[in-house]
Design a protein around this ligand. Structure first.
Ligand code: FE2
Ligand code: FE2
Length: 326
């Protein structure tokens, strides 16, 4: 155990240099990056009320399922305090408040913070949402907390964030194109800029893990295998509405996402394939016997998951979320 922790500490110190070199590429300068107000009606202008009217008119065109997905996405973005405190607990990331990893953590959180802000304000103005119900779900999610199986291990955490950032990129991107089809160009633009932030973050976390593989291929492979055996659980799994247990709301949320093709079982497999390719899993050198077994498990997983996904039916069950007015 001691050896395991020392090795990870050594690796994280080593990777920190590469992270600091690339920090300005993976996280954009605060003064020039977009802010929610760039997209929202300006309350100090005479045009405010007309703009809100227009926003509400185009929001009327969004399908029920799309609004449900958007609310679920917003709540998971708004649960940001959970992710920040969870990353701050990761061993060797949190050792030094002024150290590189903690700086990364704060800057990444600061960038993410804009996502929930923007979507929340949009939904509030749209008039389609029961804000009180949505806010209760947000508070539940933060207060309940969630166990995503990474523990305090930096490898598992960054494997998780690599996956998670790719997943949020797909989902925001698809909401953007669906919103456009439904005639809401403003929402489409908003989700588009959020999606491109997520793509940049995914690149960063993938790069960190790529560097880990270079110096600790066995440790990284076992961590990857372990995360995939447990399955990557999205924070949305833990969503709940008033009167419901954890997990019940997620079933309906994911049905809506699956019906619209916003995030499906096939996307999960595609993300896994992308990670396998980007981390060069197939021809990873210097693996010991356990490392090789872990690699074989990972390499066989996409096909196995695709067979399961093929048997899945498109969910038809209609559900009335407490979050949505109409
Ligand atoms: Fe985000
Ligand atoms: Fe992100």
């Amino acid at each position: 155990m001691k050896f395991f922790e020392d090795k990870r500490r050594e690796v994280m110190v080593h990777i920190e240099k590469f992270m600091l070199e690339k920090m300005n590429e993976y996280l954009k300068p605060i003064d020039t990056i977009w802010q929610p107000s760039d997209f929202l009606p300006d309350a100090s202008k005479d045009t405010f009320f007309t703009e809100i009217k227009e926003l509400q008119e185009s929001a009327q065109g969004l399908s029920y399922d799309l609004v449900a997905v958007l609310i679920g996405d917003t709540i998971t973005e708004e649960a940001l305090p959970s992710y920040e405190s969870w990353l701050a607990m990761v061993q060797n990331v949190s050792d030094d408040e002024e150290g590189g990893w903690m700086r990364w953590n704060r800057h990444w959180t600061a960038e993410e913070n804009r996502h929930g802000d923007l979507l929340n304000k949009y939904l509030y103005l749209s008039g389609r949402v029961n804000m009180r119900m949505m806010e209760i779900s947000t508070q539940y999610l933060i207060a309940d907390g969630f166990d995503i199986g990474t523990g305090h291990d930096p490898y598992r955490n960054f494997i998780y964030t690599s996956f998670q950032e790719l997943a949020t990129n797909i989902s925001h991107r698809r909401v953007a194109s669906q919103a456009k089809k439904d005639g809401d160009t403003l929402l489409s633009k908003m989700c588009g800029v959020i999606a491109s932030d997520e793509a940049r973050h995914a690149k960063a976390y993938k790069y960190f893990i790529e560097k880990v593989f270079e110096v600790d291929p066995n440790g990284a492979m076992l961590a990857f295998e372990d995360m995939m055996r447990k399955k990557i659980v999205m924070p949305a799994h833990f969503l709940r509405e008033v009167g419901l247990k954890i997990g019940q709301t997620f079933g309906h949320f994911t049905d809506a996402a699956q019906r619209l093709g916003i995030y499906t079982a096939i996307d999960y497999v595609d993300i896994l394939k992308e990670l396998i390719e980007d981390w060069h899993i197939a021809d990873m050198p210097d693996l010991n016997e356990t490392g090789e077994k872990a690699r074989d498990y990972i390499m066989n997983l996409p096909d196995r998951l695709l067979r399961v996904a093929d048997r899945m039916k498109n969910p038809m069950l209609e559900y009335k979320f407490s979050w949505i007015n109409s």
